[in-house]
Design a protein around this ligand. Structure first.
Ligand code: NAD
Ligand code: GLY
Length: 366
C-alpha cells in the first residue's frame, strides 16, 4: 500500500469578494466535485472544457467527481495546442454551452494547461455576461502561473492575448499527479515561468529549482511556493495598474513577439519566454545592475531544462519589432520593460528604447 497522501495547506488568494483558494497537492481530482460544492452549492449545470490530450486522461475522473457531488457536467473538447486559443474556438465552445442548456446559474470547469485555462476562463467571463469558473490546471506552467490571477483571453493572428478580460476563478485545483503524464518538452517549458518567478521575486528559489533539475527536491513544495509568489503579486495589483503585476512580464515583451512570429504552436509558450528571459537578463546586465555572473546563472538554469536560449536566424528582427509594438506593454510609443537589478529584485524601466530591444535580439542570435 502506498503511504497516505499528506494534505498541503491551500494558498488563499485574497481579493476581497473575489477571493479564492488554490488547492495544491496529490490525488485531488477525485474530490473536485466536493470542493466545487463548497463554493457553488446552488449551481448544477456546468461545462467541462478540455483539450484532445487531457480529456482522454482526466475528464472521466473529473466528470465522475462532479456527478457524485450532484452536478450535471457537459464535456467540451477542443484540439490540443495554442491555435485553439482563438476567437473562433471560443465561439465554438460558447455555442456548445448554449446547446447544452447552460444558463446564468451554470459554471465552467477548465481542465487542462494554460490554453484551456485562458480559453475556458474567457468563455466563462463572456457567457451571459459572466458565469463562475473553476481552474483545474494540468501543466507545470498553468499550475504555477496561468491558473491564478484571472487573466483570461484568446489570441489574434497578429499578436498574443489581444482579446480578453480579467475574470477570477472561484477555485483552483492543482493536482500535481496530473504532471506525471506531461511530455518532457511540456514539462520543461513550465520551468521558464518558475525561473522567471525566482528571477523577479525569490532568488533563493534557484537552488530548489536546481534540485528538481537534478531529479531530487519536493515538487509539490516548489509548485506551492510559486503559486504563493503569483498570488502575492496578484493581490498587490489585481488589474495591473500600479506596476507590481507588470513584473510578471519579465521576459514576455520579446518572448510573446517570438511566439507569435514563429506561428502559434511552433514554439511552446515557455520556450518563447525562455528566449525572452535571456534577452531581458542580457539587457539587465547592460543597462541595469545585474552582474554577468547572475545573468549566466539564469541562462544556465534555462539550459538545465533544455529551454532554448538562442534565436534562430529564421526570425527577422524588423518583423519581431513590428509584433512587439502591438504588445500591451507598448503605450504611446513607450515601452514598459521589466529589468532586474539583481536576482529577486525586478522593476519596470521606462528608459528602454527600441534600439535596446534590437540589440538584445542580435545578442540572442549568438
Ligand atoms: P497548453 O495548455 O497548450 O499545454 C501544453 C500541452 O500539454 C498541450 O498539448 C496539452 O494538451 C498538453 N497537456 C496538458 N496537460 C497535460 C497532461 N497532464 N498530460 C499530458 N499532456 C498534457 O500550454 P501551457 O504551456 O500549459 O500554457 C500556455 C498558455 O498559457 C499560453 O497560451 C500562454 O499565453 C498562457 N498563459 C497565461 C497566463 C495567464 O495569466 N492567464 C500566464 C502564463 C501563460
Ligand atoms: N502571467 C502574467 C500575469 O498573470 O499577470
Amino acid at each position: 500500500m502506498p503511504p497516505p497522501v499528506q494534505p498541503v495547506r491551500p494558498v488563499f488568494v485574497n481579493l476581497g469578494p473575489r477571493s479564492y483558494l488554490v488547492q495544491v497537492g496529490r490525488d485531488l481530482l477525485k474530490t473536485l466535485g466536493e470542493e466545487v460544492n463548497k463554493k457553488l452549492p446552488d449551481r448544477v449545470k456546468c461545462a467541462v472544457v478540455t483539450d484532445s490530450n487531457v480529456g482522454p486522461l482526466y475528464a472521466e475522473t473529473v466528470l465522475e467527481s462532479l456527478r457524485s457531488a450532484g452536478k450535471e457536467p457537459h464535456l467540451i473538447t477542443v484540439p490540443a495546442g495554442e491555435s485553439s486559443k482563438s476567437l473562433s474556438w471560443s465561439e465554438s465552445v460558447l455555442g456548445e454551452m448554449v446547446r447544452a442548456g447552460l444558463d446564468r446559474k451554470s459554471f465552467v470547469v477548465a481542465l487542462g494547461g494554460g490554453v484551456i485555462g485562458d480559453l475556458g476562463g474567457f468563455c466563462a467571463a463572456v457567457y451571459q455576461r459572466g458565469i463562475p469558473y473553476v481552474q483545474v490546471p494540468t501543466t507545470v506552467l498553468s499550475q504555477v502561473d496561468s491558473s491564478v490571477g484571472g487573466k483570461t483571453g484568446v489570441n489574434l493572428p497578429a499578436a498574443k492575448n489581444m482579446v480578453g478580460c480579467f475574470h477570477q476563478p472561484v477555485h483552483v485545483v492543482a493536482d500535481v499527479d496530473t504532471l506525471d503524464s506531461l511530455p518532457k518538452r511540456e514539462w520543461n517549458e513550465g520551468f521558464a515561468e518558475i525561473i522567471k518567478h525566482a528571477a523577479i521575486r525569490d532568488a533563493s528559489m534557484f537552488d530548489a529549482i536546481k534540485n528538481i533539475a537534478d531529479g531530487k527536491g519536493d515538487l509539490v513544495a516548489l509548485i506551492r511556493r510559486n503559486i504563493s509568489i503569483k498570488a502575492a503579486i496578484v493581490e498587490a495589483d489585481e488589474f495591473e495598474t500600479i506596476g507590481t503585476r507588470a513584473l510578471l512580464n519579465f521576459g514576455h515583451t520579446l518572448g510573446h513577439a517570438i511566439e507569435a512570429a514563429a506561428g502559434y504552436g511552433k514554439l511552446l509558450h515557455g520556450e518563447a519566454i525562455s528566449l525572452g528571459l535571456r534577452a531581458a537578463s542580457w539587457l539587465s546586465a547592460q543597462i541595469s545592475d545585474l552582474t554577468a555572473e547572475d545573468h549566466d546563472k539564469i541562462v544556465s538554469l534555462l539550459k538545465r531544462f533544455d529551454l532554448p536560449v538562442r534565436l534562430s536566424d529564421d526570425f527577422d528582427t524588423e518583423e519581431l519589432m513590428r509584433i512587439a509594438r502591438m504588445d500591451k506593454k507598448f503605450e504611446n510609443g513607450k515601452i514598459r520593460f521589466v529589468l532586474l537589478r539583481k536576482p529577486g529584485d525586478a522593476y519596470v524601466c521606462k528608459d528602454v528604447i527600441e534600439g535596446h530591444l534590437k540589440q538584445a535580439l542580435e545578442e540572442l542570435r549568438k
